[in-house]
Design a protein. Sequence first.
Length: 195
Amino acid sequence: MKTWATLNSAPNAEKSINFQIEYQCPQCGAPAILDETDRLFTCAFCRVKSYLMPTDFFRYMLPNNAPVEKELIYFPYWRFKGMLFSCLHRSIENRFLDVSHQAAASLHFPVSVGLRSQAMKLRFVTPEIKGNFIKPLINVDQAMDIILERFSVDLPKPILHQARIGESISMIYAPFYADSKLHDAILNQPITGVL
C-alpha cells in the first residue's frame, strides 16, 4: 500500500502504480500486455480493435507458481485506487491511495494483497480458469467503509466530509492451495498452521 500526502506527487504516483495485465487478442489469440487504464486494444498481429468494458468492475487474478497437481483456491480482494479528500474543521487533507482489502472476511487469508498487484502482471479472470473461486461476501461499499476508517485514524476530529475522486475499483483474486496447511500459491509457502 502506498500513500502520498500532496497533490503534486499524485500524478507521478499514479503513473508508477498502474498495474499490467496479460491479455490475448480475442480474434487471433496473440499475446499482449495492457495497462490497467487501457480500454481500447488494437492487436499488433491481426489489427482487430477491441473495446474493453466490464459490466460492473474488472476482475483480475494474480499468477501462481503452485505445483501442477495442486487444486487452487482463489480468494477475492477489493482494490481501490484514487484520491481521498477529508474535510476537517480547519483544513482539507488529501491522500493518494492504492489499497486492497478482503472481499470475504477470513482469519485464514491475508487482509490485503500488499504490493503484489503493482509488482506482478495480472490476468483477466475468465470462465476457463480452473480452481475454486471464493464468493465475495463483503460488497464494495462495506470494503470502502473499512478502508476509509483505516485511513482516517490519524486525522484530527471531527471529519466533516470525505470524498473519493478519480477512483478505480476492481477485484483481484489471489491464488492459494491446501496441503495440510494453507499455502500462498505465488511463493509456495504456508501462511497458516495445520488445517
